[in-house]
Design a binder for this molecule. Sequence first.
Ligand code: E4P
Length: 221
Amino acid sequence: MEFYLDTADVDAVSRLAKVLPIKGVTTNPSIVARGRRDISSVLQELQSIIGAEGQLFAQVLGREAEQMVAEAHRLREIVPSLVVKVPVTQAGLTAIKQLKALNIPTLGTAVYGAGQGFYAALAGASYIAPYVNRLDSQGGDGIGLVRDLQKLIDLHCPATQVLAASFRTPRQVLDCLLTGCSAITVDPALAELFLQDPAVDDALMRFDRDWSAAYGSIGLK
Ligand code: E4P
């Protein structure tokens, strides 16, 4: 199981990488644009924070296969180990096949259908990213999509991983994990929600109070 942060916020990654067992960081053009920073600097800083073992993802902008392949090379000049995110369109599938032949790992992104994602796996993508919340928001079944994709991949393309993406609620994240998907990426604020139950602070305060009532300021020796 691989857990990623979906962000280009270097401060958030720096802080959360010390706390959460993250495998790496995923970005997309909207996420990078939010920071209004030079993409080369951002990607290099993110890679430096997650270290040599950490996996970084960034997405091409082009709509034609040739442009996507050229941008994939450019992104890999910035961070040589980077996985290139390619939208699963007809041009994207062509680019994924070409990049596979060059041993450049890809993630097939903007996946709203099991058949669409399955094509990316067959084309040689290392990862496929179904968009859970975006599909839910248009009346679809995001978790059902992840379940179908994971089953298809297990049956036919076991070298590919389903990296589920696009979440708004902790329940979506948990339901997705319960499908058995092999990887997931979550926005930092959402990832932190799992550690923000006020009942936890309350439980710790009670421990302190009970201990102090019995032993005063004497701690553990
Ligand atoms: C991942 O590949 C996507 O870029 C991302 O998770 C989309 O998330 P959003 O729907 O929250 O923008």
